[in-house]
Design a protein around this ligand. Structure first.
Ligand code: ATP
Ligand code: MG
Length: 393
């Protein structure tokens, strides 16, 4: 019918006490922005649900976008019928038949108190119609396979059952803004996705070392960010010219301490940029023990160069768990394209797994690294990667 609608459920948001309306308003805004290519849709943002009136827009097209909105627990397509018990019973029966469930329970809510039947009477009328028509059907009030919801409003009655699973988490932006270190590998885009899902709006920082790393790494990062645009429509990317600092580190630190010092410099640059742009935290795709720089011993020494908290959403994930998510969100095939990484070009052998802080400080004190760090910050290139913006970057 013309006025079918989608009812959106919030999930964890309902635990948010008096902030709930801020959460719901932001979720409503994010949903509208995600669905802005569907001009016929109209919205009602209420404190228990958000209603999206389809006004003739195909449900399946809207559904594909809604499943990617952070903060949305689930949603249902509701069919509108007139405020007439015969029409309600017919729609409930159709829903039951389509669901292939055996057991059901009717759950009516009478928002319009002028409707002549009470909720219980509506439930009994629906139950009677289904039981008398479908011999295999049974009512189960405790654990039904299908819950048939009926909402009687002044404007019409809405009947819905099956709930589509949403992404969960919190509305993007509710948690504040963070700066994500993105490398072009498998892990960091997955970590970014998990942060966004948790409501953190992200800016991205990439350390580029041309000519040792090719321009294709940047292309790859643009492609990865385009995938992440499904969750955040506008992503700011800082590209840091890291070549000179990296060469200097390799020269002074040698192969075993090169990665430790390089990562400490990344932390310093990222912290300065994050503070400058009001990012509350840093984030990375690190996972405990994955490589030498991600042992707890390394993490401690590296993190001491950060001046903001570092979030590592993947710290407890196994690589295959990370790959599963990468495949699900569509970043995996991009991430595995071959490219040279800052570490591979200098053929670093035997990086230290238990770095010694005194040794680290000794190496760092042997050059004026802060001038080089500030040079990197001053020469950073800023880009925006946006939804619907094709490959013109
Ligand atoms: P990824 O972890 O993204 O798969 P990787 O495993 O090659 O790439 P590591 O060397 O394990 O990267 O680095 C750990 C984390 O450090 C990355 O997840 C990313 O957050 C950050 N990082 C590494 N290299 C860079 C870089 N060149 N620019 C920005 N961040 C980087
Ligand atoms: Mg990694």
């Amino acid at each position: 019918m013309e006025n079918d609608m989608i009812i959106v459920f919030f999930g964890e948001l309902s635990t948010k006490g008096k902030n709930i309306m801020d959460f719901i308003r932001l979720l409503g805004k994010n949903i509208r922005s995600t669905l802005k290519d569907f001009p016929l849709l109209s919205y009602e943002v209420k404190k228990d649900h958000i209603y999206i009136l389809l006004n003739g827009t195909p449900y399946e097209d809207v559904k594909k976008k809604l499943v990617k909105v952070p903060g949305l627990l689930s949603f249902s397509l509701a069919k509108e019928v007139p405020n007439d018990i015969e029409a309600i019973k017919e729609e409930a029966l159709a829903l039951y038949r389509k669901s292939q469930a055996k057991t059901f329970k009717a759950n009516a809510r009478r928002v319009d108190k002028n409707f002549p039947m009470h909720s219980d009477e509506i439930n009994r009328a629906i139950g009677g119609r289904i039981l008398s028509t479908c011999p295999e059907s049974r009512v189960d009030v405790h654990d039904p396979e299908l819950m048939i919801h009926v909402m009687v409003r002044k404007e019409g009655t809405y009947v819905y059952g099956i709930k589509e699973k949403g992404l969960g988490g919190y509305p993007l932006g509710i948690a504040g803004k963070g700066l994500m270190l993105i490398s072009g590998g498998i892990d960091s885009p997955v970590a970014a996705f998990l942060m966004m899902k948790r409501g953190v709006k992200l800016e991205m920082i990439h350390f580029a070392a041309p000519p040792y790393t090719s321009e294709r790494v940047i292309d790859k990062i643009h492609d990865l960010l385009h995938v992440l645009n499904d969750y955040q429509e506008d992503i700011k990317l800082y590209v840091v010219p890291f070549t000179d600092l990296e060469k200097k580190i390799y020269e002074l630190a040698g192969p075993s301490y090169c990665v430790t010092i390089m990562r400490r410099m990344m932390m310093r640059i990222a912290s300065i940029l994050a503070r400058k742009h009001n990012d509350l935290v840093l984030s990375s795709g690190e996972s405990i023990g994955q490589v030498a720089s991600q042992t707890l011993y390394s993490i401690k020494v590296i993190e001491e160069a950060c001046s903001l908290p570092m979030m590592r959403p993947l710290c407890t994930y196994d690589k295959n768990e990370i790959i599963d998510i990468a495949k699900k969100i569509g970043t995996y095939d991009i991430s595995i394209r071959p490219y040279e990484d800052c570490c591979t070009i200098f053929a670093i052998k035997d990086p230290v797994t238990h770095p010694n802080m005194e040794k680290v400080l000794e190496i760092e004190q042997s050059f004026d690294y802060m001038t080089m760090v500030h040079d990197c910050v001053d020469n950073v290139k800023v880009e925006h990667v946006c939804r619907n913006q094709e490959e013109e970057l």
